[in-house]
Design a protein. Structure first.
Length: 115
């Protein structure tokens, strides 16, 4: 079964916005940090996702490739956090799954785009 590039792009966009919403909710509503200010935690965790956003929303291959590279950080963070912190295991597992979906769909989009 071969999917077209529009399907990969739609899947990448939905994984991106789901990951963004999960990170925002996790660090503000669900489990806010007691050691660090919420604004600092959000700057550190969410700002890497915002760097290639403009080109990614326009469907540019280079920005989509960078979004795939950035998602590798979130895969790593999600897996480490899931193993280290029992209280936040489900949020971290969701982060890893969404980031992996973003990585794979963005990679397949760039590959099928042929640029």
């Amino acid at each position: 079964m071969t999917l077209n590039k529009q399907t990969y792009y739609t899947l990448a966009l939905s994984a991106y916005f789901s990951l963004f919403a999960l990170l925002m909710a996790w660090h503000t509503l669900l489990m806010p940090s007691v050691r660090f200010p919420t604004a600092l935690v959000l700057i550190v965790t969410v700002s890497p996702l915002l760097l290639p956003l403009r080109g990614f929303l326009n469907g540019r291959s280079k920005s989509t490739a960078w979004m795939a590279y950035v998602s590798l950080l979130y895969i790593t963070h999600g897996l480490v956090e899931a193993m280290a912190n029992l209280a936040e295991r489900w949020y971290a597992t969701g982060e890893a799954i969404l980031a992996l979906t973003l990585f794979l769909s963005a990679t397949f989009y760039v590959r099928s785009n042929g640029k």
